[in-house]
Design a protein around this ligand. Structure first.
Ligand code: NAP
Ligand code: ZN
Length: 360
């Protein structure tokens, strides 16, 4: 049997950790090894907005100590004999925001390939397994994960660019695919951060007639057009943006994490029978909405959560085939606290990725 890796990482011990005050240390206890599991020696981990919501207890009390990070790529160093997908020791693999689901044949969600909606799902960090152990994320040296939620990384995608696709990428690919993004559709992406920049690139690559990046400031315009957007709206710069662009989009995906978003104005941008999908997860309630925003144009309002493993694999293949590249800024794993400080300051262009030099 392979030796137990040393499970250590950046631990958040209280809400102040979200200000870049994590401490390196051993995980209290990792999930009990199962022959369906894979141990991953981490080379890269992206920084997602969800990491900060969790470190700060912004979504509710976090079970400290926690180790966040759910955009994990590395090398499989131990593979259980019952592991799925032919994963072998030495393979370059990754894990997104989900570690486990029940996978029971009688589970409505799992049996339909909707593992991401399974009510018994386990998140990659700060989430209890059925055995009572907590999950610990990827700002770390090693990660243990059931193989069903481990994906092989295609040769064409570098590890640092693959990592943020595993949560940031799939969270936009999934609602775009599931809501008919493609020829004949005009698509808007609100909030061009880590998630949003994938939204622009994937919507374009899926063949949408028009892709519009919707951001607060003008400064991201050149980048967003380079990502493939046909148009850019800077909402802070045009007080009348919602009227100027009213009824112009069939599908909008919003990544905005602030509860103060101008939601009624975003809905104004939809055409009749349009669809608005919220993926950003504010720590407070969404703004009030007037029913006529839905009734008058017959529009739909929905949400979307990451994506199931099969769709993550589909997305990686799609990204490889279309030559989609993540826009990343790299930090050493050693500098995770500085990376969090810079993330909070809105500096990512467009996703921060921690690199673990020890394992390169
Ligand atoms: P991010 O890189 O910080 O991007 C969020 C973007 O929202 C910002 O870049 C900003 O874009 C925009 N924004 C608009 N108004 C804002 C305001 N008042 N304050 C801050 N930002 C504002 O974060 P992310 O990693 O993409 O995550 C975004 C949200 O999605 C988070 O809440 C995260 O937890 C959630 N999330 C959800 C899922 C899911 O499955 N549904 C998965 C992963 C993450 P502009 O500068 O362009 O305006
Ligand atoms: Zn995430």
């Amino acid at each position: 049997m392979a030796a137990e890796p040393k499970f250590e990482g950046w631990l958040g011990k209280g809400p102040e950790s979200a200000q870049g005050k994590m401490e390196w240390g051993a995980f209290p206890k990792v999930k009990t090894w199962d022959e369906g599991d894979v141990d991953i020696q981490i080379t890269h981990c992206g920084i997602c907005g969800s990491d900060v919501h969790t470190l700060s207890s912004g979504w509710g009390p976090t079970p400290y100590p926690c180790c966040v990070g759910h955009e994990i790529v590395g090398k499989a160093v131990r593979v259980g004999k019952n592991a799925e997908k032919g994963i072998k020791v030495g393979d370059r693999v990754g894990v997104g925001a989900q570690n486990s689901s029940c996978l029971r044949p009688d589970c409505e969600e799992c049996s339909a390939g909707l593992e991401n909606h399974c009510t018994r799902g386990v998140n990659t960090f700060a989430s209890p397994y059925p055995d009572g152990q907590m999950s610990y994320g990827g700002y770390a040296d090693y990660h243990r994960c059931p193989s069903h939620f481990v994906v092989k990384i295609p040769d064409a995608i570098k590890s640092d660019e693959a990592a943020p696709m595993l949560c940031g990428g799939i969270t936009l690919y999934s609602p775009l695919k599931n809501n008919g993004c493609g020829p004949g559709k005009k698509v808007g992406i609100v909030g061009v951060g880590g998630l949003g920049h994938y939204g622009v690139m994937f919507a374009k690559a899926l063949g949408a007639d028009k892709v519009v990046g919707i951001s607060r400031k003008a400064e991201k315009k050149d980048d967003v057009l380079k990502m493939g957007a046909d148009e850019y709206i800077a909402t802070d710069d045009d007080p009348d943006w919602a009227n100027h662009h009213a009824r112009s989009l069939d599908l909008i995906v919003s990544t905005v994490s602030s509860p103060k978003m101008p939601l009624m104005e975003y809905l104004q941008l939809l055409r009749t029978k349009g669809t608005f999908i919220q993926v950003g997860a504010p720590e407070d309630k969404l703004p009030d909405m007037n029913a006529f925003a839905f009734i008058a144009k017959g529009v739909k309002f929905g949400g979307s959560a990451i994506g199931p493993p099969w769709q993550i694999e589909e997305m990686l293949k799609f990204a490889a085939d279309k030559g989609i590249h993540s826009w990343i800024n790299k930090y050493s794993m050693k500098d995770a606290n500085q990376a969090i400080i810079d993330f909070n300051a809105g500096k990512p262009r467009y996703r921060f990725v921690l690199e673990n030099e020890k394992h390169l």
